[in-house]
Ligand binder design. Sequence first.
Ligand code: FAD
Length: 405
Amino acid sequence: MLLDNGSEFDVIIVGGGMVGAAQVLAFCQQHKRVLLLEKNLPKSEWLEKPPLRVSAVNLCSEEYLNELGLWQHLSAEHMCVFNHLSTWEKEASALAKQKLTFSAQDINKSHLGYLIRNEALQMAAFEQFKQLSNPPVISSAELVAIDQDGLTTEQDKVIVRLQEKDVQTQLKSHLVIGADGANSRVRQLLNIGLSGWDYQQHCFSITIKTNFPMQDITWQEFQPSGPKAFLPLSDGMASLIWYDSADIIKQLKQMSPLALKQKVLDVFPPLAGDFEVVQHASFPLTRRQAKSYVDGRAVLIGDAAHTINPLAGQGVNLGYKDVAELSQQLDGIDLTDNSSLTKALQKYQTKRKTESLVMSGAMDSFYTLFSNDKTVLKFVRRGLLNVANKLPWAKKQVLMKAVGY
Ligand SMILES: Cc1cc2nc3c(=O)[nH]c(=O)nc-3n(C[C@H](O)[C@H](O)[C@H](O)COP(=O)(O)OP(=O)(O)OC[C@H]3O[C@@H](n4cnc5c(N)ncnc54)[C@H](O)[C@@H]3O)c2cc1C
């Protein structure tokens, strides 16, 4: 362990994934003394392998990541711009078939967003650490306790206990941030409960190497078995997202690349050319909301606070908004002053919980409406697509929300 027992910080951030690492940057910009605990430090070798986990980063997040100085470290080979977003329903009769396409020009923007490798986003933040105060990062020690009961701690501090082999170290901080993902240890140590459920469908992500030029469109076809989506990546690569039952995904996972390619040809709409399957991975779909995002001097952000259906690729964008809001609320606040800190954290919680609940609800309505074969719902969704296509104003509102405004 590199730190002395009793070392003090303004903020200890647990988890340096895409969201936690961005939070480090935001607090360093405010000259807070930050310590990051990340158990799995990013390595450049990660980017030598073909992409597997990618995120659609919207315009609002791009703007914020630029402010944080992170964007400049992203290399073109790990990102792909998209200008159009298209969705339709399979097997709609020719008469009823509606394709809904959103384009950057609908909202007078140059593009709608970028598809970026998750590892590249995380590493870009770590790169920017060097240009700020290069905050200490600990990876070898395990978080074992967070103590803020007032009996063992000073009123304006939290005690964070770390364990490395048989050595325990006790650190002090004004604030602890849980950015440690969906299975957050911080959330567990604080005894914050969860609400939510597991969706019946799972998500299967297939990376393909294509022989066709880079696309600037991402599309999603809704099928009764679940959506099938295409995400363009750089360097002739693309990601195919296949939502289906856990049983079907289990079968797909066992297939050879050639057999899987044939399945894709059978089930997906035609792609723009030939391709080969490079790799794949599956993910369960869960919806989770932490009952509270704040407990005393501890705060949850990103997936530690909420996970949503990835249908519209909003998860990490919500996380970046958490970072922006928390940083704004804490800018200039005296962290030793319980009253102003509590007020700021409550504002953070109210704003972010509301947006995350609204977004989760919207994803669920969309998911139920489109991944369903019930006749009534068929009428409703066709009606909606029709209305959206005929009302440019409504279409614009949906698109502005999708790009984060
Ligand atoms: C299939 C799929 C597709 C998705 N597509 C999109 C998309 O297109 N767009 C989008 O916006 N979102 C998308 N998401 C959601 C997005 O991936 C998540 O919202 C995002 O990864 C959350 O980032 P995070 O930093 O909060 O958590 P994580 O990425 O889980 O990072 C948590 C970090 O904490 C570290 N950690 C955990 N426990 C500890 C500990 N005890 N001590 C120290 N470190 C710890 C981990 O090593 C990790 O680095 C998708 C999700 C899925 C499942």
